[in-house]
Design a protein around this ligand. Structure first.
Ligand SMILES: Cc1cc2nc3c(=O)[nH]c(=O)nc-3n(C[C@H](O)[C@H](O)[C@H](O)COP(=O)(O)OP(=O)(O)OC[C@H]3O[C@@H](n4cnc5c(N)ncnc54)[C@H](O)[C@@H]3O)c2cc1C
Length: 408
């Protein structure tokens, strides 16, 4: 049965991450908001990637295939599990209470890492697991509709040759590798879209530009050009076969990553908005205005009632995040719940942070406080990994049992 109480180890982890966020991220939050594109040196203490000499050797030809064939089917875990998804959401919420942009800059924790852990074979995990991996899906002519991707991959002997332009790649400048989505044959639609791991330094892959942004300025966002970029045949994640008869299943494998990453992005929104709400309550308290959450709503001031409503909305979003993460950890299909969590947390996160700017007046709008920054940072959390509108579309499709071709 579902139980959203955090286990003791997760509560301890949460407390530890809160300490890291308060002591390491908050003090440098404004600095890297102002110094866009500067690499946050202070975060190096959190870099847990093995040194190059510790990296496992690359697999020999055919080894990956053999390993795939030998691998027993994944068993559903017995009993209730608080696994890696819940742990990631707890960590991410605390770190984003500290700073979203800095959290996205932590070496080793890119969105591409989620793709690798969701889809890679054990052999690939051994080869790529230590990379700090970014995720490159978006293109100038392909955003929300990720099935319209134009970047191409063609097999030449033992190598894939990649061509195309990827934009808005988070950590694209600083990562060790990029997980690139490309099509093997555009005429075959979704079934032909695959993801490929391209290590940095591969000839033909170039960081062409870094964006200047509204928020999360500590995080780098890159344009990446692929020009006849050659990578080994074994760098494709999942099967390279184009299963035309089963388009949904093939694309679904690639999309599976989102079932894990959407609750994570929703947890970012929860962390960031909690920071704004807490600080707003503190600032009012410092002025002698204390919110009594136990008072009946009709006896509250307009301000108190507003804060109570925001808290309730925030708690609802948090519970949706925990449910989606719990389902992922316990082997239950969670696409709809992941989208519900992302839609609610993204919207609530934007609304709370912006309302806190308003409620705090000059303090909310000025740079002496971080409240205006949290409002800017939170906006992206309702956009990337699928916008608010796209999440609602996914929920509607699932509720109505309609395919993406039937409900666009
Ligand atoms: C800072 C930043 C970091 C990013 N990081 C990454 C990354 O690491 N990797 C990556 O691949 N991408 C990344 N992105 C890209 C992001 O995922 C896309 O911006 C997002 O998916 C939306 O795509 P788009 O910008 O092309 O907007 P569009 O798809 O053009 O959408 C524009 C508007 O139309 C709405 N819309 C679109 N289709 C529908 C529909 N069918 N029904 C209703 N409304 C619709 C959208 O909700 C949106 O409001 C990042 C973007 C930013 C800004």
């Amino acid at each position: 049965m579902i139980n959203l109480e955090l286990s003791k180890p997760l509560q301890d982890q949460k407390a530890m991450m809160q300490g890291v966020a308060a002591q390491l991220l908050r003090p440098i939050s404004r600095k890297y908001d102002q110094q866009e594109h500067a690499v946050p040196e202070e975060l190096k203490v959190l870099d847990r990637r093995p040194r190059p000499s510790q990296k496992p050797p690359a697999a020999k030809d055919g080894e990956a295939k053999k390993e795939r064939a030998e691998k027993p089917p994944k068993k559903k875990p017995e009993g209730v599990v608080n696994g890696s998804n819940m742990s990631t959401c707890v960590t991410v919420e605390e770190m984003c209470w500290g700073d979203v942009g800095l959290m996205l800059s932590l070496p080793g924790a890119g969105l591409g890492n989620a793709a690798i852990s969701a889809v890679a074979t054990p052999e690939q995990k051994a080869r790529f697991g230590s990379y700090y991996a970014a995720m490159a899906i978006t293109e100038p002519a392909s955003g929300s509709d990720s099935a319209s991707i134009g970047a191409t991959a063609r097999l030449e002997g033992d190598e894939w040759v990649l061509n195309g332009e990827k934009i808005f790649v988070t950590a694209g400048g600083r990562c060790d590798a990029v997980v690139v989505w490309a099509t093997l044959d555009k005429s075959k639609g979704k079934a032909a879209i695959k993801s490929f791991v391209v290590p940095k330094g591969t000839p033909g892959m170039e960081v062409a530009k870094l964006e200047h942004k509204l928020g999360i300025r500590a995080s780098d966002t890159a344009t990446i050009m692929l020009t006849d970029c050659r990578i080994p045949k074994d760098n494709v994640l999942g099967s390279a076969e184009v299963q035309e008869g089963d388009k949904r299943a093939a694309f679904g494998k690639v999309m599976q990553t989102f079932d894990n990453t959407r609750p994570t992005v929703a947890a970012m929104a929860i962390g960031c908005s909690r920071a704004a709400l807490e600080r707003t309550i503190e600032l009012y308290k410092a002025e002698g205005i204390e919110v009594d959450f136990d008072k009946p709503l009709w006896e509250m001031s307009a301000l108190e009632a507003e804060l109570v409503r925001m808290e309730a909305d925030w708690e609802g979003a948090r519970l949706l995040v925990l449910r989606a993460a719990w389902m992922a950890d316990n082997g239950e299909p969670n696409s709809m719940e992941a989208s519900m969590a992302k839609a609610k947390a993204g919207r609530v996160g934007n609304a709370i942070t912006l309302r806190c700017v308003e409620l705090c007046g000059a303090l909310g709008y000025g740079q002496d406080e971080l409240i205006e920054k949290w409002a800017r940072d939170s906006k992206i959390l309702d956009i990337f990994e699928g916008t608010q509108q796209i999440q609602q579309l996914i929920v509607a499709r699932r509720q109505l049992n309609l395919s993406s071709d039937q409900l666009k």
